[in-house]
Ligand binder design. Structure first.
Ligand SMILES: [Zn+2]
Length: 201
């Protein structure tokens, strides 16, 4: 069964920003949501997504271990991004979960030959499911390393709460999505203007 009909807000402009946006602020990241995210962002194929969806029944320990790490990574990234927006110091303990995932990408290159054609292939030191989070951790690490230069923003709609990375040429993007919050703002402004003309609200 493919993971279909995803409603994840993938408008963050960077993988790690989308990852933070994918987890609701108050609730914990669910297994289904995590797999939906990995599938929607093409980190895994839809077939792999379908296999992973049933992992909690097949190998509950492996699924739980990954979910715990994903949740920790998500919370850490949210704290880091919030601190960056407020120009506050980052606590060392927020960086730990990010480094923990980056560590799985340790490995080495090896020449692998077939029919006298040689290719360089990466051989990971650790296999396992943690690899599924590697690209997210890498993306988060890159934003952190950009420091004050990072164009990380919070949507201008105060009820939205989604982060985005402003990759626009003018650097004046205000909304997570023009189609969602941008338009809503325009409609609200229009309604305000017209209702105040008619009533004293
Ligand atoms: Zn928004």
């Amino acid at each position: 069964m493919p993971v279909s009909g995803s409603r994840l807000p993938l408008m963050g402009g960077r993988l790690s920003v989308d990852f933070v946006n994918a987890a609701p602020q108050i609730a914990e990241l669910s297994w289904e949501r995590l797999i939906d995210f990995l599938d929607s962002t093409n980190i895994i194929s839809t077939e792999r997504g379908a296999q992973l969806l049933v992992l909690p029944q097949v190998d509950p320990q492996a699924a739980e271990a990954l979910l715990v790490k994903a949740g920790r990574l998500c919370i850490a990234l949210r704290k880091v991004f919030t601190a960056m927006l407020r120009k506050q110091r980052m606590a060392g303990e927020w960086i730990g979960p990010i480094n923990e995932i980056l560590r799985v990408t340790e490995g080495h290159d090896e020449l692998v030959g077939r029919d006298n054609l040689w290719r360089i292939e990466f051989v990971a030191r650790e296999g396992g499911l943690d690899w599924l989070l590697a690209a997210v951790a890498r993306s988060g690490a890159e934003i952190i390393a950009e420091g004050a230069q990072a164009r990380l923003r919070l949507c201008a709609n105060p009820h939205c709460g989604l982060f985005f990375y402003d990759g626009s040429r003018t650097h004046r993007r205000r909304w997570c999505s023009m189609a969602v919050c941008g338009n809503r703002n325009k409609v609200a402004a229009f309604a305000r203007k017209h209702s105040s003309a008619r009533s004293t609200l």
